[in-house]
Ligand binder design. Structure first.
Ligand code: FES
Length: 512
């Protein structure tokens, strides 16, 4: 069992994503200098890789650049449900967007399931792809009407939805919306094979190449990286959160959210299906074939990134919850993920903004990145090819529906502004002697806020805790041992190196 930081807690199992532990690390080269290409794809997750494959198949030379190794980011930490059942969304979408655009969202996500299935078939990818029903179930009597309404709304949009009282999980439930013929898979086995289709015929994949900025001109764009430039007719920003915001102000229209996953073994077979509850906090379930017997993935306990709480508590709560449902024999893995939630709950997929005709974004998948990310790749590939896409309207980044989202928009911006100005959630506390091995804290040292991490050998590492993206004060994440920014979700390792954008520069060390 891996031990948590030296403050008396033990976190269960290996601190690693099962997907990453069971696939080899990639070794694509870094960008060798300045290159030209038809389409530059920034970000090697499910959106970037799928878009690159679709565009290469359409005859384009594509260059993928990834700041770290491909598939190690959000895609490597998902629960990998391939479903158009996104907890509760369709009744709300019909209400806010109307039936036409709600149907676009439904069709896009159903088409994404079939796109993944067809890649698996066509390239014979051994990725544990299995058809399963998906359920959103009510844990309380009050939620029963909500899941029933969701079943009605989804069915009215042509989705394979029914309401059922037969929820094959232990414990009391109050009905569920069930989607037939959905799927689950091993996302990295799938994507590493897809990525291997990219190199050749003028297309390339470069890793360890962090993009720093984008220059967009009338008929071409240039991505400047730390290792050279990529000049292209079109640029796809598939970096989860667009590190280049342009005039789109995406940083003000989304918030980052973290959630947690445990890989457990239970003393009985897991039922047929993938499950998530309708209430907060989220409780998500699926199974996965694994060496040594079926692994069960239980996830949830979401919260905003950078909240100044002991994040190890979320793993502990999830473990307690899992034990309350199943006889847990062992907890073999624990990992966490970060997602972005847009102010109206629908991703932004399309052109970055007016005047940036060659730059495309896909972000804000609201924890449903397997299908929304694949749909994004299909939409952007069509746009770059100059083809109509039937689902692009609902995802248009320049939509703004004041009636639907103005209150959330204002509340979010006021909250972010407070954090930006005051570092309200990262108030300095204590002094250097209070910082235990494996712990980080914001301290006031010589009149300046300082992020202090003490490693297990007792050495102290001090950084300027001001996020290099737009200046919010980072907070210590005790479960992951990272500095996390509450404003737009940039994350840095304990020594200040960027591990997740939008920031592209690390936290500077504080001397002395
Ligand atoms: Fe934007 Fe930190 S991520 S200020």
């Amino acid at each position: 069992m891996e031990h948590g930081p030296g403050t008396g807690y033990e976190l269960p199992g290996r601190h690693e994503s099962f997907w990453m532990e069971t696939t080899p690390e990639t070794s694509y080269p870094p960008l060798p200098g300045n290159v030209e290409t038809d389409v530059a794809v920034v970000g090697g997750g499910i959106t970037g890789i799928t878009a690159a494959v679709l565009l290469k198949q359409a005859g384009y030379a594509v260059t993928v650049i990834e700041g770290d190794r491909i598939c190690k980011g959000v895609t490597g930490h998902t629960t990998a449900k391939v479903t158009s059942l996104h907890r509760l969304i369709y009744a709300n979408l019909i209400d806010r967007f109307g039936g036409g655009q709600a149907k676009q969202y439904a069709d896009a996500n159903q088409a994404a399931i079939e796109m993944i299935a067809s890649f698996v078939r066509e390239y014979n990818i051994p990725c544990d792809f299995e058809r399963k029903p998906a359920y959103t179930y009510a844990e309380s009597a009050e939620s029963r009407d909500l899941v029933a309404a969701e079943a009605d709304a989804a069915r009215s949009l042509g989705l394979p939805a029914t309401f059922t009282d037969d929820v094959p999980l232990p414990g009391r439930t109050y009905g569920a919306v069930r989607f037939a013929d959905q799927a689950q898979f091993h996302p990295l086995k799938y994507l590493l094979r897809l990525a291997s289709l990219i190199p050749g015929d003028g297309s390339r994949v470069f890793e360890k190449t962090r993009a720093l900025e984008v220059h967009d001109e009338r008929d071409r764009s240039m991505v400047r990286t730390e290792r050279g430039t990529v000049t292209a007719k079109a640029v796809v920003l598939a970096t989860h959160y667009p590190f280049y915001d342009g005039p789109g102000f995406y940083y003000a229209r989304m918030y980052p959210s973290r959630s947690y996953v445990l890989g457990i073994r239970i003393g009985e077979p897991f039922p047929e299906g993938m499950f998530i509850n309708a209430e907060s906090p989220a409780h998500s379930w699926r199974s996965q074939p694994a060496e040594g017997g079926e692994l069960v993935l239980v996830g949830g306990m979401e919260h905003r990134t950078g909240e100044n709480v002991d994040t190890r508590e979320h793993y502990r709560s999830l473990a307690d919850y899992a034990r309350s449902v199943y006889p847990v024999r062992s907890i073999d893995y624990h990992w966490s993920a970060q997602d972005y939630i847009t102010i109206d709950g629908v991703p932004y997929i399309g052109r970055l903004a007016d005047g940036h005709e060659n730059v495309y974004i896909a972000t804000g998948f609201r924890k449903w990145g397997m299908t929304n990310g694949t749909a994004a790749a299909m939409i952007l590939a069509d746009m770059i090819r100059g083809r109509e896409n039937p689902w692009s309207g609902v995802y248009a980044p320049d939509r703004f529906k004041p009636m639907a989202s103005i209150q959330t928009f204002l509340a979010h911006n006021i909250e972010v502004a407070e954090k930006y100005i005051g570092g309200a959630i990262s108030r300095p506390s204590g002094d250097l002697r209070d910082v235990l091995p494996g712990e980080g804290r914001i301290l006031m040292i010589e009149g300046r806020k300082t992020g202090v991490f003490r490693d297990r050998e007792g050495r102290v590492h001090a950084v300027n805790p001001t996020c290099t993206h737009k200046g919010c004060v980072v907070a210590w994440n005790s479960a992951e041992e990272t500095w996390d920014c509450p404003c737009h979700g940039s994350r840095y390792d304990a020594y200040g190196k960027v591990i997740h954008g939008p920031a592209v520069k690390g936290l500077p060390p504080r001397g002395g």
